[in-house]
Design a protein around this ligand. Structure first.
Ligand SMILES: Nc1ncnc2c1ncn2[C@@H]1O[C@H](COP(=O)(O)OP(=O)(O)O)[C@@H](O)[C@H]1O
Ligand SMILES: [Mg+2]
Length: 243
C-alpha cells in the first residue's frame, strides 16, 4: 500500500497555475528524489503534501488520511510528516536540546526527561552526540542542518520531506548532510527529497521524478532516468546540472 497517494492535484497562486495535475505514489520505505528546474513546482509539491498549501483540485493522502480535507487535523498530520528546508530555522536563543525537544514537549506532551532522552538519540543518529547543550551559533552550517534533521526525527514521523537541504551549504558541508540523509534512508524512513545532488539521487533515490512546468515530465528508477533521459527537457536539465 502507498504511504503517500497524490492524485491529479492542481495548485494555483491567483491566476498562475503552478501544479497542473500531479499524481505520485510513494510506498513505505521508499526514497523519491524530485528534480527539476527552479520554478517547476518542486517546493510547492512538498508543501502541499504537508498541508502547508491549499490545493484547488485532486487529492492527497498520507497513510490513508486525506490532507486536503478541511476536517483533517493538520497539526496531527504534521506530527507524522516532517519537513526540512534549505534554511535550518533553528531558534538561535535555544540550545540544541531545546530546539529539538520544543515540539515533542508542546505538541506530544513529552516529559522533559523523556524528551531529552529522545534528543540524545536523534543527535546520535545525525552524528552530533555531545552537542545537546550547544547553541546554534556554535555550530557549522552543516551541523545546524543536521540538528534541523534531528529535530524533525524527534517527532518520529512516518514520512520526511527534504527541500534542497544542502543548497545553502558549502560543498564540504554538503557531504556530511547527505551522509545523514543516507543513514536516515537506511533506517527505513520514507522520504521525498528535492535535490540537485544527482549522485545522491542515483545512489539513494530508488525513484527519480523530474518536474517540468508544474507536471511530472518523466519518472523512473534513478539509474535509468539519469542515464537515459527520454525527453529533451530532462536531457537539457541533466546536462545543465551535471556539467
Ligand atoms: N507563495 C507564492 N505566491 C505566488 N507564486 C508562488 C508562490 N510560491 C511559489 N510561487 C511560484 O510557483 C512556481 C513554482 O515554485 P516552486 O514550487 O517554489 O518551484 P521550485 O521549488 O521547483 O523552484 C514559481 O513560478 C513560483 O514563482
Ligand atoms: Mg524550491
Amino acid at each position: 500500500m502507498s504511504l503517500v497517494e497524490i492524485r491529479e492535484i492542481s495548485k494555483s497562486y491567483g491566476a498562475v497555475q503552478v501544479l497542473k495535475g500531479v499524481s505520485l505514489d510513494v510506498t513505505k520505505g521508499e526514497v523519491v528524489a524530485v528534480i527539476g528546474r527552479s520554478g517547476s513546482g518542486k517546493s510547492t509539491l512538498l508543501r502541499c503534501v504537508n498541508g502547508l498549501e491549499v490545493i484547488q483540485a485532486g487529492t492527497i493522502r498520507v497513510d490513508g488520511v486525506q490532507v486536503n480535507d478541511p476536517a483533517t487535523d493538520l497539526r496531527k498530520l504534521r506530527q507524522q510528516v516532517g519537513i526540512v528546508f534549505q534554511s535550518f530555522n533553528l531558534f538561535p536563543h535555544l540550545s540544541v536540546c531545546d530546539n529539538i525537544t520544543l515540539a515533542p514537549r508542546v505538541v506530544k506532551k513529552q516529559a522533559p526527561e523523556q524528551a531529552r532522552e529522545i534528543a540524545r538519540d536523534v543527535l546520535r543518529r545525525v552524528g552530533l552526540e555531545g552537542k545537546l547543550d550547544a547553541f546554534p551559533s556554535q555550530l557549522s552550517g552543516g551541523q545546524q542542518q543536521r540538528v534541523a534533521i534531528a529535530r524533525s526525527l524527534a517527532m518520529q514521523p512516518k514520512l520526511m520531506l527534504f527541500d534542497e537541504v544542502t543548497s545553502a551549504l558549502d560543498p564540504e558541508l554538503t557531504g556530511e548532510v547527505l551522509k545523514v540523509l543516507e543513514s536516515v534512508a537506511q533506517e527505513g524512513m520514507t522520504m521525498i527529497l528535492v535535490t540537485h545532488e544527482m549522485g545522491f539521487a542515483r545512489r539513494f533515490g530508488s525513484r527519480v521524478v523530474f518536474m517540468h512546468e508544474g507536471r511530472i515530465h518523466e519518472e523512473g528508477q534513478a539509474a535509468a532516468v539519469l542515464a537515459e533521459p527520454q525527453t529533451p527537457e530532462l536531457k537539457t536539465f541533466l546536462s545543465a546540472v551535471l556539467h
